[in-house]
Structures are given as structure tokens and as C-alpha cells.
Design a binder for this molecule. Sequence first.
Ligand code: HEM
Length: 469
Amino acid sequence: MFEGMGAVAEELKLIGEAPPSPAGPAAPEDLSLPEPPVIPLSRGIQVLRFNQRQIEFVFKARRKLGEVFTMRGYHDADVFTSHPDHVKSLFTASPDDAPSLTAESPLRPIVGPNSVLTANGPRHMRQRKMLLPPFHGEAIERYAEMISAATEREIDKWQVGKAFALAPRMQAITLDVIMAGIFGIEGKPQVGTPEHGLRTAVRSLVAASTWPIAQWAELMNIGSDEPVGPTKAGLAILDRPTYAVIAKRRGETDLGDRRDILSLLMQATTEDGEHLTDQELRDELLTLVLAGHETTANSLAWTWERLVRTPHAYERLHDAVATGGETATDEVERVITEGMRSRPVIPVIGRRVKKPWRLGEYVVPAETPVLMSILLLHHREDVYPDPFAFRPERWEGHKPGTYEWIPFGGGTRRCLGAALAMAEQRVVLEAMARRLELEADDPEPERAVHRNVTMIPSRGARVVIRSKN
Ligand code: HEM
């Protein structure tokens, strides 16, 4: 779907606008509007196609039915939209009117119903407030040196001339960063410590989630609050070292001096003056580890998958990084922005509307799950002319729009780790462009495959290093 949709005349404007489309809680006169068109396939076929070829499926539905359509799949009716005004209506709605669907996410059986990702209502807001300060831009600046050290250490190990997949290498870096930020563990923890056990368990579980059996494990978990089958067994492996790390930290006396997130959370209190329990801490920590490192790693892997197949973008980045200073900073930012536009690692997010909701020419009843297709929105011809091309230059003189560029979601559920993910991507992308000459191992673009809620490159973004310094 993505390949070869080609070059367009240079003078083309590369950022445009969508025509306005009314959206929000329906006014009485809106209630007579029709409901969105339904994909004309049986429910079973829709679920199957959505699981196996999500990208082709949603692009085809939009082509045939327009920018708002209904899929009968996991719910009776999931309504898809990809209009920025509809997105705005959902991001700016009160959380009571349009709570997040992450409470129903496949991560729920793993991280429980009470983490910042899976909770809704006052509980969510309380947790979010508690977690915001350590993820704030200024707090993240302190991590730049640590990210850079983890990156240089990793690049030092790579071999020239041998094809390898970037995604797992990116993951090694982002896992180091998250372990340092969340647990205060720098570098590789000592063998035999609970920290080492935790790092090993996370790595092997994430690797295992690419096995075909993991797909079954995911399906078995749907609709369940508690993990079942292989997920349950996998979680036991993760829980043991997590609780061991918590227990060890509870015994330490220097919590007040520590800046890592676990220490901050241990000292935080609820409005009633209560501390988080071990189970609450475990849910929150696992959420951050799972939401945080694979997403960032695959986002970087996708950006390189695009760069090594787009010579003009690759050259521009190399030249800019060689020049340094602001030229480098600006180009790195544009490349990351375009990478996240063209390959959003999380392709869809959702809200359940609690009132009848207008979406352009349609109205949907209360309780409808409304899915914002980040992928479709990021490939709108009117907002991003030549949408299938990777063109970082489209961002020259443009800032990403709040409701047009949404790889981190938005509103009160916007990604908590966005500043950290951006900082990591900047440091890693710059270091790789500065130190390496990279090539694709195969000119054929990598397909997108779906794992849990993410969309990742099918071969892990395989490259060959031509030279290194
Ligand atoms: C490139 C990397 C990343 C991408 C593309 C990404 C994407 C997203 C998206 C789309 C959401 C919103 C979900 C929704 O509205 O339904 C989200 C939420 C979240 N993300 Fe990220 N994320 C990334 C990195 C991170 C990192 C590094 C962390 C933490 C260390 C993190 C932690 C979270 C948390 C805790 C939430 C839930 C926020 C809430 O519900 O209030 N993410 N992320």
C-alpha cells in the first residue's frame, strides 16, 4: 500500500488543510442525520482482515465509504474517523463525555485496570498528575547525556558490512533509557540483582511477543480483566523481579535524594494521604516500561526504514548533521516528525462517546466506540499532499498541527512519555547519521505488521552498515 506512490512536482505545497467538518455532542437537530455507512462484510471476515491486513483494510474502507465508516468487529460497531475536526471534538471533550478506550486495551490484562493507561475518570487524572512532573520536558533534559551514552555504547558494537535488524538494537537503547529513568538503573545492572532479573525478563518477554503463539495469547486475553494462558505465565516471570525491585527500594533510606520515577512514586501520596501499594506501583511501572520502550524503538526503526529508501531525505540529513548546529537540530526534528507521520507506531486510538455525537454528515448513538485512525489522518491528501512519499522538507516552516499530527494522541490522554520519546529519537537519530553510512539490505520497502496495539516494520528495519566512525 505504501510503496511507490511517488514523486510529485516540486512546486506542490506539502502541508494543506482539511475542509471544516462539524463535530461534537449532537444538537437536537443533528439527531436526524444518518449513521455512518457500514463496511459490507460479515463480522468474522472484518475481524480477520483487520487483524491480518489492517492497513489495506482501512484505506480501502475510506476509499469506498468516505472518511467516516463503521466496522463490525470487536464491538457491535466501531466507527472510524480521520478528520482533524472530529479528532479535535474528541480530544477537547470532557473525559466524562468521551472516556478513553485504553481501559479496554489489550494491555489491560497485563498492567491491570488501575494504571494511568487503563484507568478512566478521577483515578486516571490523579495518577496522571502524579506522573506528569518527572516526564516534563525540563525533567527529561537531564536524561540527554545518559541517552547519548547508551547510544554510543550500542553503536560501538555494530559490525560493518553485515545485514542486521535495527529494531532490536533500538530496543536495547530504549530499554536502557527506561530502566535508568524509571528505576534509576544505569548501564547493565549486575548479574544476580533484582534489577538485572527485571531487565532480562522484559527483554525476553518482548522478544517472545513476536512469536506466533503470542498472537493467540493476545486473542485469548481479549475481554478479560485477568491474564490467561501464555500471558499469565509470562507475567509471572516479570512480576517476580518487579516486586523484588520494589521491596529492595522500600528498604532504602535515600529515597528523598533519588530522582528516578520509582522513588518519586513511592513518596507520592493520594489526596487522602495514602501511599501507593506494591500492586499499584507494579501496575504503574509495568505500564511505563511496556508503553515506553518498544514504541520508541520501532518509531526509530521505521524512520530509518524510510530514510534508507529515500535518497534525497537521507542525503539532506547527512549533510545537515555534518554541518551541525541549528541546521542539524532542525533537520533531525523534521525527519522525526515525518517518520512519525508516515509510520505512526500506534495507528489507531479511541474514545467511547457517552452522548450522541456528530461526525460531519453523520451522527452516532451514545456508547459508540469512535476510533481515530492516526494512519488515515496522516495520509490525507488535503492535509499532507503526496502523503505516501517520505518528505521531511514538508515541515520546513511548519509546526505539526495539534489535531493533524497525532502520533502521541492528544487531550487529557496524550502520551505521557512524548517528551522522553522525542528526546531519545533526536539523540539516537543524530548519532547514527553522524557515525554511520547505512543502506537497506533490500530495496523493497518493509511491510507493516501488527503486534498488540502497535504497527511495526515486518523485518525489523534491516540495514547494512557501509562505513562507521
Ligand atoms: C515514539 C514513541 C511513543 C509513541 C508513538 C507513543 C504513543 C502513545 C499514544 C498514541 C498514546 C495515547 C493513547 C490514547 O489516547 O488512547 C500514548 C499514551 C501513553 N504513553 Fe506513549 N508513546 C510513545 C512513547 C512513550 C514513552 C517513552 C512512555 C513512557 C515512558 C509512554 C507512556 C505512555 C503512557 C503512560 C500513556 C497513557 C497516558 C494517559 O492515558 O494519560 N509512551 N502513547
